[in-house]
Design a binder for this molecule. Sequence first.
Ligand code: ITT
Length: 200
Amino acid sequence: MRLLLGTKNRGKIAEIRAILEEVPDIELLTVREQPFTDVPEDGETFEENARKKARAISQETGLAVLAEDSGLEVAALGGAPGVRSARFAGETKDDRANIAKLLELLTGVTDRRARFRCVAVLHFPDGREWIGEGTLDGQIALAPRGSAGFGYDPVFIPEGYEHTLAELGPQIKNQISHRRRALQALIAAIRGSSPRERAR
Ligand code: ITT
């Protein structure tokens, strides 16, 4: 199966590639081989944004497209930054600025529970569409630690671990991540059932 990855985020591309390496018969194309236009992410949910990206890029390119929308939900912030995770500190999608803003808002806050969420959508040009969702629970660290990964990885300590995802590195992250779980759910849906209705 030939799939175009509908993301321009290099961290996501590397992780999805590594996760899907285990799945036979998938040929992945990226924005390098097949450029596409940015899709405005103005939906209120991860699912809405993921569907929007997959559909728009599939329509533009005529290819099967795997897109995902993901983000961080922080309990003490009522689920923020959520769908606005990439632009939390501004339109430039600056990871460092996003982390600085998050730590600032959590100064003195003892409840540091957080959850990564990812919704992945696979859309075919003939309209068939599948979806998978995954989460990863954890805590927000008091300060950034580690250099691997992207986004909020330096401040996210997954449940059951003492180190941040940026310290744990891709081998461990890709075994437990919200992205892996979403892709696993998507693959299970493809293998086990018919596509979910397109008109949702
Ligand atoms: P595309 O829309 O091109 O896929 P994007 O970076 O704009 O790329 P999103 O809108 O889905 O992607 O925003 C996701 C943001 O959530 C991302 O920029 C990070 O700040 C954060 N995020 C999601 N998954 C993450 C992960 O595994 N590790 C750290 N941060 C993550």
